[in-house]
Design a protein around this ligand. Structure first.
Ligand SMILES: *Cc1c(COP(=O)(O)O)cnc(C)c1O
Length: 360
């Protein structure tokens, strides 16, 4: 068996330990004689799995008691609609557009009410985070929306925007559990788990209880109403039970690793190895403003698309996979999520140095 260093943006690398444990339990989960995939989501065993997963996530993120944790489906993209359907009481929301995901969320929200784009970095191909200290927040805005880490462009918010008292909603798909967060600053934090947590097919929504109401936009389907899932502890219908089981294992792994403070340290160290090299390389350079650099998705180019393609191809042959940038931006992107070991980043930098010598 040969494992590669997988720099994919998502679905992405998972901790090897978690995969091995899941493999060991595949045919017979803890003496049940069944795989977790085969058992009832209403049985005692799965009940314990989902409750433990929630408890461990609450521990890791220090989630206050007045927040619900929901394990849903439909990916992060379905939240682009669920958020306005459930939260737009005044039919007004403010969006900060810092990349394609935030833009898609903004465009979706326009179907349900007035979605104001109050700031954007599209003028510079989303290579920075705008100053959000004094934005024209709408007086009747139901919420202010951000995408906290921009997976495609490789930027992140260092500081949360000043929402002037309005509810903050954040898509954290690609930075979920990468560092500690103060949950109480948000109304909703959500993300697809396939970037930094688990297998595709689960989206976790952490939502303040007062935002969960029956007062949703007319026509909102039962399945797209947060209250439906909150009242049923995420078991209104069949959840992605196997996905939740793997997420639970990752939460336990993170606790064992020392929690989110420790992950932040490790992630900053990994990112620094790569950025420090980029800053002195004569061939490669980073594509975003230094102050806004993501510690999860590192984007870079040589400036020559043919050379970029050659790099991606040769890196793959050397066991460094999925380094091609997003299809809409080109260049390279190394996603260095929690489960990417420091050795993977060191191997990448060593390969880049060699490539630089050979191609300069
Ligand atoms: C990947 C991604 C999405 C889309 O996720 P799906 O689960 O495929 O819908 C949305 N937002 C961010 C920040 C992402 O990285």
């Amino acid at each position: 068996m040969k494992r590669v260093y997988n720099f994919s943006a998502g679905p992405a690398v998972l901790p090897e330990e978690v995969l091995k444990e899941a493999a060991d339990e595949m045919l017979d989960y803890q003496g049940s004689g069944m795989s977790v995939m085969e058992m009832s989501h209403r049985g005692q065993i799965f009940d314990r799995i989902i409750k433990e997963a929630e408890r461990d996530l609450r521990d890791l993120m220090n989630i206050p008691d007045n927040y619900k944790v929901l394990f849903l489906q439909g990916g992060a993209s379905l939240q682009f609609a669920m958020i306005p359907m459930n939260l737009m009481k005044n039919k007004v929301a403010d969006y900060i557009v810092t990349g394609q995901w935030a833009k898609k969320a903004w465009q979706e929200a326009k179907k349900y009410g007035t979605a104001n784009k109050i700031a954007s970095s599209e003028d510079q191909t989303f290579s920075y985070i705008p100053d959000c200290s004094d934005l024209p927040i709408s007086e009747d805005a139901d919420y202010v929306y951000i995408c906290q880490n921009n997976t495609i462009y490789g930027t992140k918010y260092r500081e949360l925007p000043n929402t002037k008292g309005k509810t903050l909603v954040a898509d954290v798909s690609s930075c979920f559990l990468s560092e500690p967060v103060d949950v109480s600053k948000y109304g909703v934090i959500y993300g697809g788990v396939q970037k930094n947590i688990g297998p595709a097919g689960v989206v976790i929504v952490i939502i303040r209880e007062d935002l969960i109401t029956e007062d949703v936009l007319p026509g909102t389907p039962t399945m797209l109403t947060y209250k439906t899932h909150a009242d049923a502890d995420s078991l209104y219908n069949t959840p992605n039970s196997y996905g939740i089981y793997i997420c639970g294992k990752v939460f336990r792994w993170l606790k064992k690793m020392g929690g989110l403070e420790e992950m932040k340290k490790r992630n900053e160290k990994k990112a620094a190895i790569l950025y420090d090299y980029l800053d002195q390389s004569r061939l490669f350079h980073g594509t975003v403003e230094k102050k806004d650099r993501s510690i999860m998705n590192v984007t870079f180019v040589t400036g020559n698309p043919d050379l970029d393609a050659k790099f991606v191809k040769e890196a793959k042959a050397a066991g460094l996979e999925n380094l091609k940038g997003h299809r809409t931006v080109g260049g390279m992107r190394a996603s260095i999520y929690n489960a990417m070991p420091v050795e993977g980043v060191e191997a990448l930098v060593a390969f880049m140095k060699k490539f630089e010598e050979e191609n300069l």
